[in-house]
Ligand binder design. Structure first.
Ligand code: EPS
Length: 387
């Protein structure tokens, strides 16, 4: 079983992550994780903090001479502004000269978190609820991607909607197509649409507002049969939905044509079997690469819908937890739109789910042995189903 945990507050010392369950011998380096973190900072519409954070990765354990050891991999990313926030966030300090934040912002974890944990200082909740936490997920995802690459499984993403501006549906054939998204300021594959998206971000920004949107994660090269139909919690689509839904701000997840499939007739919804030079293929990929909770050999397509960021620059109407009186929440710096970054985080979550599912069918303690198991599995399948 592949598992990971991360820790850290948005303005604390930093974010730490521990990943366990990968074999010995996976090529990995701090630079590999830093490259994914760099991609996570991309995106027109991010706030000033993205220019401040350098996201340097320190590998604390589990990797030696550029390869995993099979032991837990621990990574640490320090927050650039710790010195500035020390007084507010210092774990050792007992008396605070600092004013608690008592104005919960609707749309955030603030109010339910304060009531659940029994605190009237919203900072006790918001610091951990922040999407800064996703730095840990992206470090873990970089490691999962490094494993998957050894088996020719490649994962990318692109933005298909920001606010009211959406791109036309595209069928991507390989990773090189989706990879191009990183060259665009909003990680959209269509230049004209990208310009309109940026204009929409400028407009929202000028009125102190924020935007959400939709991204697609594509995974290529999956073997058939990752996941299973036999139990609810073994279904690949269910696991993907949970992983992507767990990202801050995500309110909807679709696999393949998802919601729009529900409008079509059965006869129009199938991905019919076809034949191409002796092997079975599909004419369409409406199912997004998953049937019956298992990968079906087509590219995996997972779409996530992100709500607009609920922190508004000029504050929002709220009530004070101490006095109960109506007031305006803190005026804070924030992102206008974080959809391009959320897509990169979603790639990481998808990579972790796929890596876990791959380990289930051919996993073992050593990468070379795992590779042999994988080849043997494909060989056996070819004998059983020679088409
Ligand atoms: C975030 C608020 C902003 C974002 C932050 C997530 O931070 P700050 O309040 O310090 O300006 O920049 O995102 C990151 C730091 C990051 O690395 O993605 C929030 O409240 O969720």
């Amino acid at each position: 079983m592949l598992r990971f945990l991360d820790a850290g507050e948005s303005h604390g010392k930093g974010i730490a992550v521990i990943i366990e369950g990968l074999p010995y011998g996976v090529p990995f380096s701090a630079e590999r994780a830093e490259e994914e973190l760099r991609r996570r900072r991309l995106g027109y519409g991010r706030g000033p903090r993205m220019a401040l954070e350098k996201d340097k990765v320190e590998i604390m354990s589990g990797v030696r001479h550029g390869k995993t050891l099979g032991s837990p991999v621990c990574m640490l990313v320090r927050n650039a502004e710790w010195d500035k926030w020390k007084e507010v966030m210092d774990p050792d300090k007992r008396t605070y000269a600092y004013e608690p934040v008592t104005t919960p912002r609707p749309g955030h974890a603030d109010l339910p978190g304060c009531i659940k944990y029994g605190t009237k200082d919203v900072r006790d909740i918001l610091e951990r609820a922040s999407a800064r936490e996703t730095v840990g997920r992206v470090c873990a995802g970089a490691l999962a991607k490094s494993l998957l690459e050894q088996f020719g499984i490649m994962i990318g993403s692109h933005v298909v909607r920001i606010g009211s501006v959406s791109a036309a549906k595209r069928e991507l054939r390989d990773y090189r197509e989706v990879e191009l998204a990183d060259d665009d300021p909003v990680r959209c594959l269509d230049k004209d649409v990208s310009h309109r998206m940026m204009r929409e971000i400028d407009e929202a920004n000028s009125s102190g507002d924020t935007l959400g949107g939709v991204f697609e994660v594509w995974a290529f090269g999956l073997p058939m049969g990752l996941g299973s139909h036999v139990h609810w919690d073994r279904r690949l689509d269910a696991r993907l939905a949970m992983a992507v839904m767990s990202i801050q701000g995500i309110k909807g997840v679709e696999i393949g044509d998802g919601f729009s499939l529900s409008e079509s007739r059965g006869s129009q919804s199938l991905d019919l079997f076809d034949e191409d030079e002796g092997s079975w293929t599909r004419r369409t990929n409406r199912s997004g690469g998953v049937e019956g909770g298992m990968s079906n050999g087509m590219p995996l397509v997972v779409r996530g819908a992100m709500k607009p960021i609920p922190t508004l620059r000029n504050g929002v109407q709220t009530r004070d937890l101490e006095t109960g009186r109506k007031t305006v929440s803190l005026r804070e710096r924030s992102d206008v739109c974080a959809v391009p970054a959320a897509a990169v985080v979603a790639e990481s979550m998808v990579a972790l789910v796929i890596a876990d599912a791959l380990m289930e069918i051919v996993g073992c303690d050593n990468l070379e042995a795992m590779r042999r198991r994988y080849d043997a599995l494909l060989e056996t399948r070819k004998e059983l189903f020679p088409f």
